[in-house]
Design a protein around this ligand. Structure first.
Ligand SMILES: CCCCCCCCCCCCCC(=O)SCCNC(=O)CCNC(=O)[C@H](O)C(C)(C)COP(=O)(O)OP(=O)(O)OC[C@H]1O[C@@H](n2cnc3c(N)ncnc32)[C@H](O)[C@@H]1OP(=O)(O)O
Length: 156
């Protein structure tokens, strides 16, 4: 997948904060989701293994929520950097880390197995340490789930 030359947000997390099961580069058993800042939105792709089946042929909702969770915190960190004029192409590690305070998921359609899923994130607003991001998770051209996250920027 081409995402210009930018690194994934999660690959910029410092090693001591890169163990998340959903997106930590240092968690070899985890999903290792990769979120990229592309223009004014964030993108990630994920192909679920069959073990994440709910009903035959469809992806279990907990995985969908996990992907939105990790894409949301990564997106929030990226949007804070944009606001603070931090160029992600010029840093070795990202100086911002966000955790999930609240996550809302709406399941719109069954998420099919065997299709690469696409996650997109758009900044809704930033208020102090609070960052709200709107997300979609799609398979081909169908939006299977939408998500809204409130992420909190961790204090230094
Ligand atoms: C130093 C390093 C630490 C290590 C970090 C590990 C990072 C890696 C982890 C990787 C994770 C990967 C991703 C994952 O999976 S993260 C895993 C799931 N998330 C968690 O486990 C987070 C658990 N919660 C907390 O740790 C704290 O509650 C946090 C850090 C979120 C805030 O506690 P903190 O003491 O910092 O701040 P605050 O309480 O003053 O709140 C701040 C503002 O936010 C508002 N608010 C809060 N909650 C809600 C809510 N539910 N709805 C609406 N609003 C809410 C609150 O009113 C306030 O607003 P205002 O009054 O200012 O207007």
């Amino acid at each position: 997948m081409m995402h210009n030359k930018s690194k994934a947000i999660q690959d910029l997390y410092p090693d001591e904060l890169a163990h998340c099961y959903g997106c930590g580069k240092n968690n070899l058993d985890g999903y290792q989701l990769k979120t990229y800042l592309v223009g004014d939105e964030t993108i990630a792709h994920f192909l679920p293994d069959e073990k994440f089946t709910a009903l035959p042929g469809s992806v279990y909702g907990g995985l969908v929520a996990s992907l939105l969770d990790c894409h949301g915190t990564g997106s929030a960190a990226a949007f804070v950097c944009v606001q603070e004029n931090i160029n992600l192409n010029e840093v070795e590690t990202i100086p911002v880390r966000c955790v999930t305070a609240s996550l809302k998921v709406d399941f719109k359609a069954p998420t099919p197995m065997g299709v690469e899923l696409k996650l997109r994130g758009k900044l809704q607003s930033i208020e102090g340490r609070k960052i709200w991001v709107d997300m979609t998770l799609s398979a081909d051209d169908t939006i299977c789930a939408t998500g809204e996250i409130l992420a909190i920027k961790i204090k230094d």
